[in-house]
Design a protein around this ligand. Structure first.
Ligand SMILES: NC(=O)c1ccc[n+]([C@@H]2O[C@H](COP(=O)([O-])OP(=O)(O)OC[C@H]3O[C@@H](n4cnc5c(N)ncnc54)[C@H](OP(=O)(O)O)[C@@H]3O)[C@@H](O)[C@H]2O)c1
Length: 314
């Protein structure tokens, strides 16, 4: 069934939840993949399912056991995948995945962060062992990182975070976004529709220690030819087949394919909101839609050609 507008009661927050008057929601591919059942066993928890998990707004009610947030706080929250709830005027969020947003961070910027920036942050810090304290992330030399689909929601944050982690960044995107991706800090940018771009060859001849693969449809042999001996590909779109390849690679090679499954953490969301506040992380907004036209935002996300984030505002 396709998306429809329905009237539902304003949800009531449970003990450890807050009720947010939504000011902005951002869409992610996981929203429509959940609706289409592509991510089975991740399915909507109940129907009608209100999609979208990334919201910013103002708290209008707090549950009885909420200790760190209060009515009137401007916040950013990551809602759960099964509950969703973001494409609405009001949404309930868990206290443990809600952080305060100061006036320097707009609602649209805040709502853009949860899935896209948290997953880029998780990949870089937990899998690629990049840290953001000015060091090289181990080994003395800056790591060589490739970010594919660097013009997308995840990729545009990944480029900036990798640079904050002192990496050398090669990025792929379409020709129309090369200047943008360079302006986000990428050292080298490849047009993915050219033979060199499709081959992922670094113009300076570098091999990659880490690939953040935010694109789909790139073969292992293409990555293999460009990885260092112990290089890794972090797969943002794992499938049952790629999970099997990942397990097999562990047995035969030091070059690894690692599936990424986002495990959102409040302190990381807080960290990212602060980066935005301090002007160290920019959000590129592809387009904004009103809630009454959310179906157009939905189609835009499914189309797969957004530059940055798609925002819906009530
Ligand atoms: N595992 C997780 O926890 C997790 C978390 C977040 C996201 N993801 C997944 O990560 C993927 C990326 O998410 P997203 O939000 O960044 O998607 P997105 O914003 O929809 O990505 C769109 C962008 O990707 C570019 N692109 C598409 N194919 C490309 C290719 N082969 N090479 C270079 N650029 C390409 C497009 O450029 P053009 O318009 O020029 O084609 C467009 O700018 C999705 O599959 C998503 O489901 C997974």
């Amino acid at each position: 069934m396709s998306a429809q507008h329905v009237e539902v009661p304003i949800p009531a927050p449970k003990e450890k939840q807050v009720l947010i008057k939504v000011e902005a929601t951002s869409l992610n591919p996981i929203d429509w993949k959940t609706q289409k059942g592509i991510l089975w066993p991740i399915l909507p928890g109940k129907f009608p399912h209100i999609p979208s998990t990334d919201v910013a707004g103002k708290i209008v009610e707090v549950g009885a056991e909420v200790k760190t947030l209060k009515e009137g706080d401007n916040v950013v929250a990551k809602l759960t995948n099964t509950d969703g709830g973001g494409l609405a005027e009001f949404a309930v969020a868990e206290e443990r995945l809600t952080v305060v947003r100061t006036p320097e961070v707009s609602a649209a910027e805040g709502a853009s962060l949860p899935v896209a920036a948290l997953s880029a942050h998780q990949a870089l810090t937990q899998l690629a062992a990049i840290n953001f304290h000015g060091s090289t992330g181990g080994g003395g030399q800056p790591k060589n990182i490739l970010v594919t689909a660097a013009s997308g929601g995840v990729g545009h944050y990944a480029v900036q975070l990798a640079k904050l982690g002192n990496a050398h960044v090669t990025a792929t995107c379409g020709a129309r976004n090369i200047d943008l991706v360079r302006s986000l800090g990428a050292d080298e940018v490849l047009d993915y529709r050219t033979p060199e771009g499709a081959a992922l060859k670094s113009p300076s001849g570098r091999k990659y220690d880490v690939v953040l693969n935010c694109a789909i449809g790139i073969s292992w042999s293409t990555f293999d030819a460009n990885l260092t001996k112990e290089g890794m590909v972090i797969d943002f779109t794992p499938t049952p087949f790629s999970m099997m390849v990942s397990a097999m690679r562990k047995l035969v090679s030091k070059k690894q394919l690692i599936p990424l499954i986002l495990k959102p953490k409040r302190q990381h969301l807080d960290y990212l909101v602060n980066l935005v506040k301090n002007g160290k992380l920019k959000t590129v907004i592809d387009s904004k839609y009103s809630l009454s036209k959310a179906e157009f935002a939905w189609e835009k996300s499914i189309d797969g050609h957004a530059t940055g984030k798609i925002i819906v505002e009530p």
